[in-house]
Design a protein around this ligand. Structure first.
Ligand code: GAR
Length: 219
């Protein structure tokens, strides 16, 4: 058996994506090991989930640091001390500066509740409803210097219904997030992601028919 991919998870909130990653590892679908879970908020429920599974947790309150760079230097120190190869942003609500991006170039993934490049930023689901799109979804991507931006790894689409609220749409998207984040990390663990300028090439993509699309009628 190959060594599991050492990952570090950064979060700020409820941590359902962390939970999905923990569950995928437990089911043997994801060959990764969570070395550390870091939150910038002490009250993030994701920390409770991590502790319930015996995972090391660290709280790094961004407000305790005079600058973004000082905050990020501490994040980098902790991730490196845990020998993290891939940084997984799972609802981490702080914009990362080029200093952090450079420290883990092409080794940071993010999940966003929209079909990027549409609707980056906060309240993506609300933005989608306001614009009346018929199809929404989720994106896992490598992180570059811009917010919710960078080479796209996996996307999943869901339908938008006329009576959707931000909550019902978010719930539908979240179910897909939980499916595709583990998939994207597993592709990385298998060494199947190649970055070509702004694009990700998935090696042997035909081996993974489930990768990209959910039919909107069946989601
Ligand atoms: C998820 O919907 C994730 O896509 C979103 O935060 C939520 C975290 O949920 N991330 C972003 O909007 C990033 N711009 P979780 O804490 O339950 O995993």
């Amino acid at each position: 058996m190959t060594t599991p991919l050492p990952i570090g998870v950064l979060l700020s909130g409820s941590g359902t994506n962390l939970q999905a990653i923990i569950d995928a590892i437990a089911r043997g679908e994801l060959a990764a090991a969570i070395k550390v879970v870091i939150s910038n908020r002490a009250d993030a429920y994701g920390l409770v989930r991590a502790r319930q599974h015996g995972l090391p947790t660290v709280v790094v309150p961004h407000k305790d640091f005079p600058t973004r760079e000082a905050f990020e230097a501490e994040l980098i120190r902790i991730l490196q001390a845990h020998h993290v190869e891939l940084v997984v942003l799972a609802g981490f609500m702080r914009l990362l500066s080029p200093v952090f991006i450079r420290a883990f170039r092409q080794r940071i993934m993010n999940i966003h509740p929209a079909l990027l490049p549409a609707f980056p930023g906060t309240h993506a689901q609300r933005q989608a409803l306001e614009r009346g799109v018929r199809i929404a979804g989720a994106t896992v991507h490598f992180v570059d210097e811009e917010m919710d931006h960078g080479p796209i790894i996996v996307q999943a689409a869901v339908p938008v219904y006329p009576d959707d609220t931000e909550e019902t749409l978010s719930t539908r998207i979240l179910a897909q997030e939980h499916r595709i984040y583990a998939q994207a990390i597993q592709l990385y663990a298998e060494g199947r992601l190649q970055i070509d300028k702004q694009k990700v090439i998935v090696l042997d993509e035909r081996q993974s028919p489930n990768l990209a699309l959910r039919s909107p009628t069946s989601a």
